[in-house]
Write a protein that binds this ligand. Structure first.
Ligand SMILES: [Zn+2]
Length: 77
């Protein structure tokens, strides 16, 4: 009876350059990616949400993010 995993969606972040992979709570994803890229890659978009599940995340986010309404979505310039 350990369903701890289900309680909070965790999102895999991958960085091909560093060959790292980590999981963070969904509400920390943007921040974690940004900080990683800033500290290790001069602000370039190297690390990102695992593309394999990125589309699922979109669903989760749409579902979950009534609280997150401040358009922190596009780090593209
Ligand atoms: Zn990296």
């Amino acid at each position: 009876m350990s369903t701890d995993d289900e309680e909070e969606p965790r999102v895999p972040i991958v960085c091909p350059a560093c060959e790292t992979r980590s999981r963070v709570p969904i509400e920390e994803v943007a921040d974690t990616v940004e900080r990683h890229n800033e500290r290790l890659h001069d602000g370039e978009d190297v690390a990102e949400v695992d593309p394999a599940i990125a589309e699922h995340i979109a669903d989760l986010v749409a579902d979950d993010m009534g609280l997150f309404d401040d358009g922190e979505e596009s780090p593209n310039e």
